[in-house]
Design a binder for this molecule. Structure first.
Ligand code: GYE
Length: 325
């Protein structure tokens, strides 16, 4: 009888796991995610997408760190993830450079690293397993091509064109390549000129401030090439406060990157002339890469996301309604 009871107790203990981690807890994949910050609508949508995809219900234990737009915070976060011996590190890098040492440490600890959104420039590509994000040069060229076509259609192809360039965080791939596309365009069009370059740091507040100061100079412009939507929002606010219209015929054209819902609405309302799409919904893409690694397969080194651009004529209510970010 005693023996039977003991057996029963043993069976119960085995079934319940007795204090040891439960079956699901035991199998959670531990991921440390170092995010750039929360500087823009794009970024906030990106964070939401990552948190949703790498949830406990989906089998992940996510250690999330918001670096508040500072690389030193990202370095600290990664070292902390290494110390906690996570299974994987996911890094959304603020700039391209400065990652060699810390990624060498991750490699030394045998932790695979996935890069998301912006790229990194490292001396040894084996320091990261895989990258997924946008083709920022293609985005910039999409904006430039649209502008060329517009000017051509308006018979202004040969006229002087004065451009105000609002730039994102210096050294970020999205800044470097969107800027490169504009630089290429200036080489191809000697009648195009950059009146000023403003360091908007991808935020609405900074761009608003800089735009207000710029308007004080009294310089005239035809186009604003703004490297993300939030900087466009800030610039448009400053223009409106100064009583300067944009988007209409003969008025300043705002070309904006990301195409978040708020920007699409401004495009529909005629204030933004072009929204170049940049898709932030990388959560499921990163989860797919992690799954491949878990299954022992080798994911593609680079994965580019397909994107579009919208002007007022292309925008339908459906596009705006269905926009997830
Ligand atoms: O355009 C901007 C964000 O790296 C693509 O960063 C991303 C950029 C995006 O803050 O809104």
């Amino acid at each position: 009888m005693k023996k039977a009871l003991l057996c029963l107790l043993l069976a119960v203990l085995l079934l319940t796991g007795c204090g040891a981690p439960g079956p699901t807890e035991e199998h959670l994949i531990r991921v440390g995610f170092s995010q750039v910050g929360s500087e823009s609508d794009w970024r906030i949508a990106n964070t939401a997408s990552m948190l949703a995809a790498l949830s406990e219900a989906n089998g992940y234990e996510l250690l999330f760190d918001n670096a508040k737009q500072r690389q030193e915070n990202q370095l600290l976060a990664i070292r902390n993830f290494i110390q906690q011996d996570v299974d994987y590190i996911v890094l959304a890098p603020i700039t391209e450079s400065g990652w060699d040492d810390v990624l060498q440490e991750a490699k030394g600890s045998g932790i695979p690293v996935i890069i998301v959104d912006r790229r990194i420039s490292v001396s040894d590509d084996s320091l990261y397993t895989s990258w997924v994000g946008s083709d920022f040069l293609a985005e910039g060229r999409r904006a430039v091509r649209w502008l060329e076509e517009q000017l051509q259609a308006q018979g202004r192809g040969q006229e002087p064109l004065r451009i105000l360039h609002i730039q994102g965080t210096y050294g970020a791939t999205a800044q470097l390549l969107r800027t490169r596309a504009l630089t290429e365009a200036l080489e191809a069009h000697p009648n195009w000129e950059i009146v000023a370059q403003l360091p908007g740091e991808y935020t609405e507040a900074k761009s608003y401030e800089l735009m207000r100061d710029f308007l004080q100079t009294g310089q005239e412009i035809d186009v604003i090439y703004s490297e993300n939507d939030n900087m466009s929002f800030g610039a448009i606010r400053a223009l409106e406060e100064a009583g300067i219209p944009c988007g209409g015929e003969g008025e300043i054209m705002v070309l904006s990157f990301d195409a978040v819902r708020r920007a699409l609405e401004l495009c529909r309302d005629g204030k933004i002339s072009l929204c170049v799409e940049c898709n932030p919904l990388h959560g499921p893409r990163v989860a797919a890469l992690l799954e491949q690694l878990e299954n022992g397969s080798t994911p593609a080194k680079l994965t580019f996301v397909d994107e579009l651009a919208f002007d007022r004529d292309m925008l339908t209510d459906d596009v705006i309604r269905d926009r997830e970010y």
